[in-house]
Each structure stands twice: as structure tokens, then as C-alpha cells.
Design a protein around this ligand. Structure first.
Ligand code: NDP
Length: 331
């Protein structure tokens, strides 16, 4: 059995020395009420960076020298719990271990016949729910409006743009490579895309792509990209602060422009958002996402990295934009 522990709280960008691998030569046997799980897919997510730090946040920090945990799909390989049968698959917050014992608490059964198992960590899982609930609950989209999303080719962003298209909006995406910008248009049906790494004037490019201005900004990255969007917002614009990956590894406070004048003069709304704020809406959101998926109205991409030993690298690669769509590790 292999486990990955948090060795150090990363300073700046995480490095391999922040993680420790432990190997044990033991056989796990479930006791009454327990199940044995073999890990199949591990989700790596930008928000885990926050949990690696001990700064106050909405989620408790990981403990040093304890296993890191995240969304995992696992196979039940032995069961002494009447609610689970051997051979079934489950999804839940589980340790970064190749094999583990669970009471079954907090686990949801997932059906690999209905959708690929990895999809329950992405489009039909936390990132899909984030896209749908952030957009609908805070963005309150209306057909004919213009939406811009940053981190557009990622797990959350690619779904945000497609949902907005399904709801009749004009959609612009901001991403880090020309290949990603191309994919936004060809695979995800965005109206246009901007490469923030090659643009000479991102403010002007946004204005050109959105001649009627921006009504909704779904923000996954924060920082200077978000500053540029603010110059282009309309009256009564809604700004969904979903994430700020561009500053997660900062060791100093970011130098951003002051947002207040933009909000005041446009009567705009900016709201922070954590997907779990809307837990009571998960079932209806899941149902809508599954419906769109089945109807071919929602495409998704995944970057699948193979091998338990590559989990830390896959996590670190999120900050280099190495993924398109959901980054998952197949064990
Ligand atoms: P993604 O799949 O979008 O992966 C991260 C992407 O961020 C990379 O592919 C990269 O794409 C982009 N990126 C990395 N560094 C930078 C940078 N310095 N500037 C701009 N873009 C950068 O991850 P998720 O979809 O899982 O998450 C997206 C955001 O949503 C994150 O900020 C995350 O924390 C947040 N989130 C928030 C939740 C909530 O409840 N509030 C829930 C889930 C996610 P590129 O090549 O385009 O640079």
C-alpha cells in the first residue's frame, strides 16, 4: 500500500519535497461495517493548494505528515457493510492511498455504465457542479447577454462556457495557449477566445470580442486578467469569484487594481462563491448536467495522468496549465 503525506507546507509553488511517499507491506481486511477500497482515479485540484497552507480558509488545512485527501473514485474490493457490494464503485473524499478501509460514510455510489468513472470527478462531479451553480446562482444568466470566463479551457471554465451557450449567451474564453483557444471554439462552442500569454493588449482584445460589453464574468484566475475584464463590464454586471489560481502560489499580496470604482459606476455585483454553499442544489444540478451530457449538449476534456507516483506532479502541473479540462490521475 502506498500513501502520500504532506511533508511541508509549500512556500510559493509546491515542489516534490513537499510530498512524502510511504510504502507499507500490510494486508487490509475490513471489519464489521467496513469496506475495502482500491483507488481507481484521484482528482487533483487547484483548491488543494489552499489546504496545504495553514492560513485561515473555508476548508481546514491538511495536517503535516498525514495523508493528503481529495475527490477519489474507488472500487469496493471487499465488503462487510450491507450498503456496499464487492465490485461496486464509489466516489468521495478519500486519502491519497492505493488502498484503504472506509466505513462508507460520505461515499456516493457511481455507475461506470452511465458515464466514464472519471467523469464523476469532473463534469458530473465537483467541477461541473461549481460551473453550474456559480453561473446560475450568482451569474443569473439571461439569453442574449455576454459572458467571459477565465481559466476557460480548464475543468470548471470549459463547462461554464458551454452552459452559458446552452442558455443562449454569447461566450468568450480566456486561456493560456493557442491550442486551448482553438479548442474553446471547435469543441466547446465558444464564440471567441483570447490567449492571455500572447495578447499585446488584453483589455483591448476583450473589448473587441465583446462589442456590447461584459454582463457576466466567471473568474477562475484573479490577478491582472481579472483587472482587464473589469474595464469592460456593463451596468449591472455580475462577477463570480470562483477561484484565483494566478495568486495561489504568491508569497506577497498581489498588486491588483482597486475594483470599487468599476463596481460602483456600473452598479455591478461581485460575489465570492464556494460550491458547497449550494449543497441542497446538488441533485438538481447533477440531473441537469447529466441531461445535457446525454443530449450531446455538454462536451468535456480530461487530462489523464497514469500512476499513483505521479499525483504530486499532476497537481503541480495545474499551475503550469499543462491540463486541458479536468486533470485526473489513473491508478
Ligand atoms: P483547471 O482545470 O482550470 O486547471 C487550472 C488552470 O488554471 C490551468 O490549466 C491553467 O490554464 C490555469 N492557470 C494556471 N496558472 C495560471 C495563471 N497564473 N494565470 C492564469 N491562469 C492560470 O482547474 P479547475 O477547473 O479545477 O479550477 C479552476 C478554478 O476554480 C481554480 O481557481 C479553483 O481554485 C476554482 N474552484 C473553485 C471552487 C469553488 O467552490 N469556489 C470549486 C472548484 C474550483 P491556462 O493554460 O489557461 O493558463
Amino acid at each position: 500500500i502506498q500513501t502520500i503525506l504532506l511533508k511541508n507546507r509549500p512556500k510559493g509553488s509546491p515542489t516534490h519535497s513537499d510530498f512524502e511517499f510511504v510504502k507499507e507491506d500490510t494486508t487490509l481486511t475490513p471489519k464489521e461495517g467496513e469496506i475495502l477500497l482500491d483507488t481507481v482515479y484521484v482528482s487533483v485540484d487547484p483548491y488543494l493548494r489552499g489546504r496545504m497552507s495553514d492560513a485561515k480558509s473555508y476548508a481546514a488545512p491538511f495536517e503535516l505528515n498525514k495523508p493528503i485527501y481529495s475527490g477519489v473514485v474507488a472500487k469496493v474490493t471487499a465488503s462487510k457493510n450491507d450498503n456496499f457490494k464487492e465490485g461496486e464503485f464509489v466516489m468521495g473524499m478519500l486519502d491519497w492511498k492505493t488502498q484503504q478501509i472506509s466505513s462508507g460514510k460520505g461515499l456516493m455510489k457511481v455507475d461506470g455504465e452511465k458515464a466514464p468513472l472519471s467523469a464523476y470527478l469532473g463534469v458530473l462531479g465537483m467541477t461541473g457542479l461549481t460551473a453550474y451553480l456559480g453561473l446560475t446562482q450568482i451569474g443569473k444568466p439571461k439569453a442574449g447577454e455576454t459572458l467571459i470566463v477565465s481559466g476557460a479551457a480548464g475543468a470548471v471554465g470549459s463547462v461554464v462556457g458551454q452552459i452559458a451557450k446552452n442558455l443562449g449567451l454569447k461566450v468568450i474564453g480566456i486561456a493560456g495557449t493557442d491550442e486551448k483557444v482553438e479548442l474553446l471554439k471547435s469543441k466547446f462552442g465558444f464564440d471567441s477566445g483570447i490567449n492571455y500569454n500572447t495578447t499585446e493588449d488584453i483589455k483591448a482584445d476583450i473589448a473587441k470580442a465583446a462589442p456590447n460589453g461584459i454582463d457576466i464574468y466567471f473568474d477562475n484566475v484573479g490577478g491582472s486578467i481579472s483587472d482587464a475584464v473589469l474595464f469592460n463590464i456593463n451596468q449591472f454586471a455580475r462577477i463570480i469569484n470562483c477561484g484565483a489560481i494566478s495568486v495561489y502560489n504568491n508569497t506577497e499580496l498581489p498588486k491588483s487594481i482597486s475594483v470599487q470604482p468599476f463596481l460602483v459606476k456600473n452598479s455591478a455585483l461581485m460575489q465570492g462563491f464556494i460550491v458547497s454553499d449550494f449543497e441542497e442544489k446538488f441533485p438538481e444540478a447533477m440531473q441537469q448536467l447529466a441531461e445535457w451530457l446525454a443530449a450531446g449538449k455538454l462536451a468535456y476534456s480530461e487530462t489523464v495522468v497514469e500512476g499513483f507516483e505521479n499525483i504530486p506532479q499532476a497537481f503541480m502541473d495545474l499551475f503550469e496549465g499543462k491540463n486541458t479540462g479536468k486533470m485526473v490521475v489513473k491508478i
